[in-house]
Design a protein around this ligand. Structure first.
Ligand code: FES
Length: 258
């Protein structure tokens, strides 16, 4: 019997490279920045407030709030983190722990670029993600503005195999699509407009009240019908729209994360 192949591991014993920097314990613990002395751009404040309004606990808005700050500052700089912390009423340390954990949040400055994450986790992998990733790398070869990375489950397994292009989820993809993605990026137009998840029907009309619920293109109808999603209209009719969710008031902040 052939012995099992050893699992490749990094020097620290894990199968993944790891990315966290060690904590500098010599620094004094930071407190919540004073909103009165921390100027925050009005648009950014509005976005953070809107994100917090969606959750019973304001800390649940950390990721969208940091994303918004990253879009303004280019990365999650100390200033960006201070601004988010001031609006959310949490410590910069709390937000730094989030920003350093998630691959899509940058804590170091990088030149402006396009980010393509190809999901290579199980659902996408079973449907050809490895070939798709290779095709994406080949299509972006020589273009320093496009960063292609593999990612472990982007949470959209229903459109596998899929990718996130500058945050826009597209799928199901074929190995023909990467060339079009690069072409769309270079032309500055929406990427694979026919395959964006935002235009797929939702079973819950309340989940996306502002989004389109119509089939937008013949290709969209063909793909959703093939997946049996065309029946969702009937399901929606039967269930009716979802009731608005009552949100409890946000707890007052006391300058700590607890
Ligand atoms: S496995 Fe690819 S989105 Fe989940």
């Amino acid at each position: 019997m052939t012995p099992p192949r050893p699992v490749p591991r990094f020097g620290h014993g894990s199968r993944v490279p790891g990315w966290d920097d060690s904590v500098d314990l010599s620094k004094p613990p930071a407190t919540t920045p004073d909103p009165a002395t921390t100027p925050v751009p009005a648009d950014l404040r509005r976005e953070i407030d809107a994100a917090m309004a969606k959750y019973p606990d304001r800390r649940s808005a950390a990721i969208p709030a940091l994303h918004a700050a990253q879009a303004v500052h280019g990365y999650c700089s100390p200033l960006a983190i201070d601004q988010v912390a001031a609006v959310m009423g949490v410590t910069p340390a709390y937000l730094t722990s989030v920003a350093t954990f998630y691959d899509m949040l940058e804590t170091d400055p990088r030149p402006k670029h396009d980010d393509v994450y190809v999901c290579t986790n199980i659902s996408c992998s079973l449907l050809g993600a490895d070939e798709l990733f290779d095709a994406m790398v080949a299509a972006a070869a020589g273009d320093a503005h496009v960063h292609v990375s593999s990612f472990e489950c982007l949470g959209a397994c229903d459109i596998a195999p899929m990718a996130s292009v500058n945050g826009e989820y597209v799928g199901p993809l074929t190995t023909e699509d990467p060339a079009q993605i690069i072409e769309d990026l270079r032309a500055g137009r929406p990427v694979l407009a026919d395959k964006q998840i935002r235009y797929r029907l939702s079973v819950d009309p309340g989940a996306n009240p502002e989004g389109p619920h119509e089939f937008t293109t013949p290709d969209h109808r063909r793909r959703t019908d093939r997946a049996g999603v065309g029946d969702l209209e009937a399901v929606t009719d039967r269930l009716g729209p979802s009731a608005p969710v009552e949100r409890p008031p946000q707890p007052p902040t006391d300058g700590t994360d607890r």
